[in-house]
Design a protein around this ligand. Structure first.
Ligand code: NDP
Length: 246
């Protein structure tokens, strides 16, 4: 399956940041894209720009998710919707934020995968790309978020084994810091948020990550890019410390 032979790609979290950039990049390649998120007004604007199909979806809505394959043969699923809450403060975390983070980043991602897999396996073609993070594999001060992305990391690796020989590819992408609305959602306190956003380095643009996703889905069919880590040139691992060349 090449990108040109792709029937439809579904991108979750398409209303901003990495998801929106990925919709734009896929549409530019001529792929039919279903752009899913809760903020339908934003998706309508994106649709007018790119020709994507706007789809109002809360990925935590199990019924809506399980109905997804009925209308389209989805060949590519970009499981991108996600968030971080209780960043750096598990001891004071609101219990609802724990549920929301794990449910959005892990459980919903698994349900979405479950919804599209039977069709992909039947057609012997498909590609699941799961949005992970450097936080999945490198230690940082974000235990809850890191645990959610570590679950995605293990899910990707085991799913790839499970689907061996089925014609379905599985990829994980692990970005470092990207300039998106992530921290607007993650941290309510303005001062803490500003501190978290003030890296002092040139961080990734969502288009940088989208280009890597295109590289994964456009790879020759015998190739499975299993994991791709993309970080700002100046970012180092661990504890959100950043080292710039002076
Ligand atoms: P944004 O906040 O800009 O985008 C998050 C997207 O997820 C939005 O489109 C939002 O749409 C969607 N979303 C959140 N919850 C739901 C839900 N319940 N149902 C449907 N859609 C939902 O952040 P990013 O672009 O940065 O985040 C995208 C992914 O990248 C996330 O998985 C994040 O963990 C990951 N990531 C981000 C990094 C960064 O530094 N920014 C680094 C590494 C990974 P809406 O609110 O309209 O529903």
């Amino acid at each position: 399956m090449t990108l040109q032979e792709t029937d439809t790609a579904l991108v979750t979290g398409a209303s901003s940041g990495i998801g929106e950039a990925t919709v734009r990049a896929l549409c530019a390649k001529g792929v039919q894209v279903i752009a899913a998120a809760r903020r339908i007004d934003r998706l309508d604007v994106l649709a007018a720009d790119t020709g994507c199909i706007p789809f109002e979806l809360d990925v935590r809505d199990r019924d809506a998710v399980s109905a997804i394959e009925h209308d389209h043969d989805i060949d590519i699923l970009i499981n991108n919707a996600g968030l971080g809450r209780a960043m750096g403060s598990l001891a004071t975390a609101d219990v609802r934020d724990i549920e929301r983070t794990i449910d959005t980043n892990v459980t919903s991602l698994i349900h979405l995968t479950r919804a599209v897999l039977p069709g992909m396996i039947e057609r012997k073609r498909g590609h699941i790309v799961n949005m992970s993070s450097t936080a999945a594999v490198h230690a940082g001060p974000t235990a809850l978020y890191g645990a959610s992305k570590a679950a995605v990391h293990k899910f990707c690796r085991d799913l790839r084994n499970e689907l061996s020989g089925s014609g379905v590819r599985v990829s994980e992408i692990n970005p470092g810091r990207v300039s998106t609305e992530f921290y607007e959602v993650a941290i309510d306190d303005e001062e803490r948020r500003a501190k978290a956003q003030d890296t002092g380095i040139t961080v990734l643009h969502p288009d940088d990550v989208a280009a890597s996703i295109i590289h994964m889905v456009d790879a020759p069919w015998h190739v499975n890019i299993s994991q791709l880590e993309i970080v700002p040139q100046e970012q180092i691992y661990g504890g959100y410390h950043f080292a710039a060349i002076s």
